[in-house]
Design a protein around this ligand. Structure first.
Ligand code: BDR
Ligand code: CA
Length: 327
């Protein structure tokens, strides 16, 4: 049976969530970062860690610093992490995100530099020093950084409250092969390490992100904010959605990664099911495919919450309202 997620919002419960966002910005990653950084009442963003994915690491790291600059949150440190996946040859998504990884806007070198040290060391240090089960991780790109941290220091799981991941596809089919979603395909071996870690996992796969689509009126409501953040997001999205609308014949485009942040802010907008998830990391046609036992056929341990549905208008109302809080 589908579980509607009716938990009180974090703000209602009066508690702030300590959050590390691991990301490969990326158009939808930047929207996710702006949404998170505009929500300090619920989310205490400890750091942004970057990984190669949509574009090379130097560009994802610059784009993460741009997002924090645009959000007026330069106190949030950005640590650069893995420049390539654990095992496979690197792939990028410049066809979707543009050469700079940010379509529709002009990029510049942000004034504030990266934090010293690597993202993987930061994750190990921070999770080892944290109270038990206190830190949430939002993974918005290939899962290489967390996998490396888990391999080097498996005890870090103690500091983790939960990991919320944009990745995978079951009912929807893939977006980089017929069955694989980009983040999983870009580093399936890393995804396997995270899946085996035993921490609480939630996936927001293409099954849900392809149901939360832009429309003319949703983009207009963002543009009508008339502030810098609204203008940036509407410029980015107007360009970013084009390829997906053509490829899938959709009436609007998905904003994948921002759904992870929306889920953390308002889980009641989403529903899903506890399932067993595995990933195929063998060479071949199904490389990177998430195998989801939706009907519990194998009776294996249920290792993840698989989000399958979401309130699209609720998502865009939340995004618009939060972007309205930025300059
Ligand atoms: C995922 O792949 C990337 O291109 C996006 O940023 C998102 O994280 C969607 O499949
Ligand atoms: Ca991403």
């Amino acid at each position: 049976m589908l579980v509607a997620l009716l938990g009180a919002t974090a703000a209602q419960a009066g508690e702030k969530r300590d959050l590390i966002i691991d990301s490969d910005p990326g158009a939808d990653d930047v929207v996710a970062l702006l949404l998170a950084l505009a929500s300090p009442e619920e989310l205490n963003v400890l750091a942004i860690t970057t990984v190669a994915g949509n574009v090379r690491l130097d560009k994802t790291s610059r784009n993460a610093r741009l997002a924090r600059e645009w959000a007026g949150r330069e106190e949030v440190p950005v640590y650069a992490g893995a420049p390539k996946p654990l095992v496979r040859t690197p792939i990028y998504a410049e066809d979707i995100h543009g050469r700079e990884g940010l379509p529709g806007v002009t990029v510049h070198e942000p004034s504030k530099a990266l934090a010293d040290g690597s993202a993987v060391d930061y994750l190990i240090r921070t999770l080892n020093n944290a109270p038990p089960h206190s830190i949430t991780l939002a993974l918005l790109g290939p899962e290489t950084n967390l996998a490396l941290a888990l391999i080097q220091a498996p005890e870090i799981t103690r500091g983790i409250k939960e990991v919320v991941i944009m990745g995978g596809a079951h009912f929807n089919g893939g977006n980089i092969t017929p069955v694989a979603e980009f983040n999983m395909f870009a580093d399936p071996h890393a995804a396997q390490v995270v899946l085996a870690s035993g921490v609480k996992l939630t996936y927001l796969p293409l099954d849900v992100t392809h149901k939360i689509l832009t429309s003319e009126s949703r983009l207009k409501q963002i543009d009508a904010l008339n502030n810098q953040a609204g203008k940036l997001v509407s410029d980015i999205l107007n360009e970013y959605i084009k390829a997906d609308m053509v490829q899938y014949g959709l009436p609007g485009g998905p904003v994948h990664d921002a759904s992870v942040i929306a889920y953390l802010l308002k889980p009641e907008l989403f529903s899903g099911r506890q399932v067993n998830v595995a990933i195929d990391s063998r060479e071949g046609l199904t490389f990177g495919q998430t195998v989801v036992d939706w009907y519990d056929t194998l009776k294996h341990d249920k290792n993840a919450l698989w989000i399958e549905n979401g309130d699209a208008q609720g998502f865009f109302d939340l995004l618009t309202e939060r972007l309205g809080r930025l300059k």
